[in-house]
Design a protein around this ligand. Structure first.
Ligand SMILES: CC(C)(COP(=O)(O)OP(=O)(O)OC[C@H]1O[C@@H](n2cnc3c(N)ncnc32)[C@H](O)[C@@H]1OP(=O)(O)O)[C@@H](O)C(=O)NCCC(=O)NCCS
Length: 239
């Protein structure tokens, strides 16, 4: 049985290379290069594993990144076709939809499988918004209003909670693929940071998967600093 070998190799030999990562229709990462996962696997073991499509535990490196809320914080501004909506429980479904469409084909849907499923995103939004530590002021929905059809489409989300130490914790910043690269993720973050400060918090943090280099760069550019490295275990399908 290969799974214990996978686990022990992952622990001893570091972490899987996702250079050969491909995605299924469901948006889950599938590691096709078995040798990248089990460096010592012999040929027949590899073939058997390939045929069986086993699940194995992989450890994903994540950074905790923090920012102070002291000093001047930027106010969010979005282009005219977009609007930022403050939290309202009637928007739960729209947040869940934006979250699902932002994350379903991304690495974080492998690290946190609920992000790769509509129902999972709905449950997650519901769970976040019911917490006593939920910070509605740091929770925003981004909506796009089509100039052609007038249709409104939720296209970004960010949520905030407050941890036991009184530090703001950003949850699941996401912008749907066609709206990326326009500065909208940055604006959602500005809005959440202002919200934390309005709620009386002095610092905020988030966790980001190290492979998500674009997001790490975005957070560093906004002044977040890496303060800790953590590892999150997740089941990955090896086919
Ligand atoms: C990370 C994310 C929110 C950025 O949203 P955005 O609206 O594109 O952000 P901005 O336009 O303000 O900033 C763009 C920066 O984000 C980076 N980025 C990360 N992933 C990106 C993507 N898939 N497409 C475009 N830009 C991306 C870009 O590299 C750019 O940084 P750069 O200018 O240094 O290259 C968005 O890409 C996303 O939802 N990704 C999937 C979900 C995710 O991983 N969220 C982060 C969880 S910690």
């Amino acid at each position: 049985m290969q799974i214990p070998r996978v686990v022990s190799n992952m622990m001893a030999g570091g972490f899987a290379s996702f250079a050969s990562e491909k995605r299924t229709n469901a948006g889950r990462a599938v590691v096709r290069n078995w040798s990248a996962v089990v460096p010592n696997a012999n040929e027949s073991e590899s073939r058997n594993s390939w045929a069986l499509g086993v699940m194995g535990l992989t450890y994903f490196k994540r950074y905790r990144m923090e920012i102070t809320l002291a000093g001047t914080l930027r106010t969010a501004t979005v282009p005219s076709a977009y609007s930022l909506e403050p939290w309202d429980s009637a928007l739960l479904e729209a947040h869940a939809d934006a979250k699902y469409r932002s994350f379903c084909f991304e690495i974080d849907a492998t690290v946190f499988p609920c992000l790769g499923e509509r129902d999972g995103c709905r449950r997650l939004m519901d769970e976040i918004s019911r917490r006593e530590t939920f910070v509605p002021q740091a929770t925003w929905l981004l909506t796009h209003h089509s100039p052609d059809t007038g249709m409104a489409e939720s296209c970004g989300t960010i949520q905030g909670i407050c941890d036991r130490q009184g530090v703001g914790a950003i949850q699941n910043l996401g912008v749907t693929p066609v709206h990326r690269g326009l500065g909208l993720g940055t604006q959602l973050l500005f809005q959440a940071l202002l919200g934390f400060r309005k709620a009386g918090l002095r610092r905020a943090y988030l966790e980001v998967t190290a492979q998500n280099t674009g997001a790490v760069r975005l957070y560093e550019r906004l002044g977040f600093r890496r303060v800790k490295t953590v590892y999150k275990a997740a089941e990955v399908a090896y086919v």
